[in-house]
Design a protein around this ligand. Structure first.
Ligand SMILES: *Cc1c(COP(=O)(O)O)cnc(C)c1O
Length: 424
């Protein structure tokens, strides 16, 4: 692989380089285990003294190829694939924070992330403070406590479509010696590479655009490399790990201590790797990521413009639109606004449901970011478990319709909305 390749070339080529006579496409290593000729080799693998595979719960050749592809696209030093996007976010936090620790997160978040943070991680003693995503520097600084271990952001919030000012968060975090984690699911590395702006860890639900065809649940955590874990805030990185006979991550794996720790402690003990078949599907999907993201973005902009001019549409948010509240941040941090639009129709929630029920090409699905156009009503679907206050904090009004614009022909997508809006 050539490190200077551009994103489209990396999307197609990175991660798997067949040798002479090997399969051209990455093989699915559907095997839990690996065969060795002698005991010492396996002992060395367990000791992490040599590279290789011994059990698919820790590592697998197909999954490793996928991890290399995403690490290359994000310009990171290493990546660890997990069984879901939820797990990627949970493990990224749990790799840094334990009971008694604290995390700051920008509040415009995916519903599953809100429940993970405010309920499930709370139960294991990790406290989260949610702050307004568009907080100024002083408000971000005020949320940091002596036991704060990370700041968490969503690059393009699902579904509020708010884009945080990454550099502001990075500045405050690094002043305090803590890392910034960004969930980059919606932009993908094609439209945004958070490491360029000082972010330390990136996560993805690979279930979304990376797979892109709605076939496989998966997640991934990517490490930029170079973060200083030796401030004293992160003793688990700099002191011997008793669960791994005295390994010191920053000493023994200086290039990628975060990824090695996440894999050998958390993926090992919770048993949450991505499965080889899903990694294969995600990897094949990723080969067209750059082409799809371009088309998703073009289609979404055209549909957003159409909706903005439609007399029956009350409001539209799409960061690619001039005048959208997140347009300036989109231009600052992204190469396009991705394929998701949110809007409300005149007549509120009831009229919105009628429009959704009248759509023919766009399907009602609890999914986003695949090749087919889909719609969802977060308040009654993905964000159903959130309280009214949590909905408001996540930027979701009761009438909000989320449109995941697919890569079909835009004339057909618009005609579908035209006939559905005519019904109200
Ligand atoms: C879907 C999603 C998740 C959760 O991912 P799963 O693969 O469904 O577990 C996390 N973050 C964002 C932004 C998402 O859209």
């Amino acid at each position: 692989m050539n490190c200077n390749w551009k994103p489209g070339t990396l999307a197609v080529q990175a991660g798997y380089e067949p040798g002479n006579g090997d399969p051209r496409v990455v093989p699915i290593a559907q095997s839990t285990t690996y065969k060795y000729d002698d005991v010492q080799t396996v002992a060395d693998l367990f000791d992490l003294k040599r590279d290789g595979y011994f059990y698919t719960r820790l590592a697998n050749p197909t999954v490793a190829a996928f991890e290399r592809k995403i690490a290359a696209l994000e310009k990171g030093v290493a990546a660890v694939a997990t069984c879901a996007g939820q797990t990627a976010n949970a493990m990224a936090i749990m790799n840094i924070a334990k009971a008694g620790d604290h995390i700051v997160a920008a509040a415009a978040l995916y519903g599953g992330t809100v429940t993970l943070f405010t309920h499930t991680l709370k139960k294991i003693g990790i406290e989260i403070t949610l702050i307004d995503t568009e907080s100024d520097e002083a408000a971000i600084r005020a949320a940091i406590k002596p036991n704060t271990k990370a700041i968490f952001l969503e690059a393009l919030a699902n579904p509020a479509l708010i884009i945080p000012d990454f550099e502001l968060y990075v500045k405050v975090a690094h002043e305090n010696g803590i890392p910034v984690i960004v969930d980059n699911t919606f932009p993908t590395p094609i439209l945004c590479t958070p490491f360029d702006f000082g972010v330390d860890i990136v996560t993805h639900s690979t279930t979304k655009y990376i797979d892109g065809h709605a076939t496989s649940i998966g997640g991934i955590v990517v490490e930029k490399g170079g973060f200083d874990w030796s401030s004293g805030r992160f003793p688990e990185f700099t002191e011997p790990d008793d669960s791994y006979h005295g390994l010191v991550y920053t000493r023994d794996f200086a290039a990628c201590p975060f990824s090695v720790k996440l894999r050998v402690q958390l993926v090992r003990d919770y048993g949450v790797p991505q499965m080889p078949f899903n990694a294969f599907m995600s990897m094949v999907g990723c080969e067209t990521l750059h082409v799809r993201m371009q088309r998703h973005t073009e289609n979404a902009l055209k549909l957003a413009e159409y909706l903005r001019n439609h007399p029956k549409v009350a409001w539209v948010r799409y960061p690619g639109l001039d005048g959208d509240p997140s347009n300036a941040m989109m231009k600052k941090y992204m190469r396009g606004a991705s394929g998701v639009i949110v809007c409300g129709v005149k007549g509120g929630r009831a009229a919105g449901e009628k429009v959704m029920n009248s759509l023919k090409l766009a399907a009602i699905v609890v999914h986003v970011a695949d090749v087919r156009t889909g719609v969802l009503h977060p308040a009654s679907m993905t964000h159903r478990q959130l309280s009214d206050d949590e909905l408001k904090a996540a930027g979701i009004s009761p009438d909000l319709i989320r449109i995941s614009v697919g890569i079909e022909d835009i004339e057909d997508i618009i005609a579908d909305w035209e006939q559905a809006l005519a019904k109200i």
